[in-house]
Design a binder for this molecule. Sequence first.
Ligand code: HEC
Length: 100
Amino acid sequence: MKSFVQALTGVVFAGCSLVAHADSLQVRSMAASCAGCHGTQGVAQAGMESLAGQPKEDFLKKMQDFKSGKKPATLMHQLSKGYSDEQIDQLASYFAALKK
Ligand code: HEC
């Protein structure tokens, strides 16, 4: 019985690390969908805003303002609405950590 419990605990812990891994993979693949316009790793060509290295607070504010329609945009109104507040928070942390 004891070994069964130990085995079970092992499975639960292995499961946790898998979830954490899937999480960061999920954030990276969300961020990859921005790369088409904002550049690989968030560093854009001239004429487009880079996302890399934007302070988290600024990024969050811009995305919320796109969502609410407060910030003028051609494309980002629609795009920003496709992400939950939690996903935007994850993207903000991701891009803030990248080098410009
Ligand atoms: C199809 C092209 C396209 C894609 C894909 C795209 N953007 Fe944008 N983004 C734009 C354009 C164009 C602007 C300028 C505002 C506008 O006209 O919508 C912009 C502006 C922004 C800004 C404001 C930049 C600044 O400093 O003022 C942020 C933040 C942003 N995008 C985040 C994102 C994120 C996060 C993603 C991925 C989830 C993303 N964008 C995907 C085209 C795109």
